[in-house]
Design a binder for this molecule. Structure first.
Ligand SMILES: Nc1ncnc2c1ncn2[C@@H]1O[C@H](COP(=O)(O)OP(=O)(O)O)[C@@H](O)[C@H]1O
Ligand SMILES: [Mg+2]
Length: 328
């Protein structure tokens, strides 16, 4: 039987909670989110005064060996991936009493999920910029030998400065690692973003991350995931059904160009051999997009975004939902 773990966030409202026991060198402030196995606090590095986010094992999991190892593993992967602006930067990992924790840069901004809740769908231009930023971050991870394994709007943040970042390395793992047997080869992820071959073989790959990216971009472009259903099971059946096809992107959002649509639909091919061979190839194709060509400085930006940000190169990676760019 499939074991599908979903992660969730509480959203933007901070909850004032008693922070967990002391983490040397840091002051913890408020709980900002809570997921399946960890709590996230904002805080401050005492020496530098810089703001940080701290993810710490939830007290109810203190004796759960699997979740304990998972957070340790997330810390290990995160500390190896500290060199790309589109991947959240880890600063430290440690243990407070029985609880492992990771300290990360604090991203002042919102998740793509929060933005889509408000705006429903994004313009072609913003989808293209999102694709470029996420694919760059994923390519970096792949080049370091790591699969993200949980790409979805909840795990994408738009900072107020305008940078798009992949967060949540909780399911990420090394290509060479045996970790997925560590977790009993249970299937981890969210049904709406899982490639058919991942569901069948449970084996993550570059192609399964590309598929999840395709689902995320499809959702950003249309407001809905490629396959919907009343239950996880119904969605999983549609993912597995090799003849079920998502509704064309342009039907839900006429602003999306055929070029962008082709790119998204390729990432969503049911057979991984029909998708781009790698995220690198996806990125190369994306960069052929007229929007990102050498004439990019002359592309006019959508109202409300251009006003604030100037030209496309200075607005690289920026989306309208990041609160600093909303003009409000
Ligand atoms: N570095 C960060 N800066 C600011 N907020 C963050 C950061 N990391 C996580 N968050 C917030 O916490 C939520 C949950 O974090 P995540 O790592 O996705 O945990 P989970 O594994 O529980 O899904 C995110 O959706 C986001 O709202
Ligand atoms: Mg998450």
């Amino acid at each position: 039987m499939l074991q599908v773990l979903s992660t969730f966030a509480l959203g933007a409202q901070p909850q004032v909670m008693t922070p967990p026991s002391l983490i040397p060198g840091y002051a913890l402030h408020n709980k900002i989110a809570e997921g399946g196995f960890a709590e996230i606090y904002d805080g401050e590095e005492l020496v530098s005064k810089r703001k940080v986010a701290i993810k710490i094992l939830h007290p109810r999991h203190h004796t759960n060996k699997t979740e304990f190892k998972r957070l340790i593993a997330e810390g290990g992967v995160g500390m190896r991936l500290r060199n790309h602006e589109n991947v959240v930067r880890f600063l430290q990992v440690g243990r407070s009493g029985r609880a492992p924790y990771v300290v990360m840069e604090f991203i002042q901004g919102r998740t793509l999920r929060e933005i889509l809740r408000e705006q429903k769908r994004l313009s072609n231009q913003h989808v293209v910029l999102l694709a470029q930023a996420l694919a760059s971050g994923i390519r970096y991870m792949h080049s370091e030998g790591v699969f993200h394994k949980d790409i979805k709007p909840e795990n994408v943040m738009l900072s107020d400065e305008g940078t798009i970042k992949l967060i949540d390395l909780g399911f990420a793992e090394s290509k060479s690692s045996v970790k997925w047997s560590l977790f009993g080869r249970s299937l981890e992820g969210s049904p709406a973003y899982m490639a058919p071959e991942l569901l069948r073989t449970k084996k993550p790959s570059e192609a399964t991350d590309l598929y999840a990216l395709g689902c995320t971009l499809y959702e950003a472009a249309t407001g809905i995931t490629p396959f919907t259903g009343l239950s996880d099971n119904e969605i999983l059946q549609k993912q597995l059904n090799m003849s079920s096809r998502p509704t064309p992107v342009t039907e839900a959002n006429p602003d999306i160009t055929p070029y962008t649509e082709r790119l998204i639909m390729n990432a969503l091919e049911k057979h991984n051999k029909d998708r781009y061979k790698s995220i690198d190839e996806f990125l190369l194709e994306l960069r052929r997009n007229p929007l990102l060509s050498s004439t990019q400085a002359h592309v006019s930006l959508p109202a409300g975004w251009a006003r604030k940000r100037g030209n496309l190169s200075s607005a690289r990676n920026r989306l309208p939902g990041a609160s600093g760019s909303s003009g409000k």
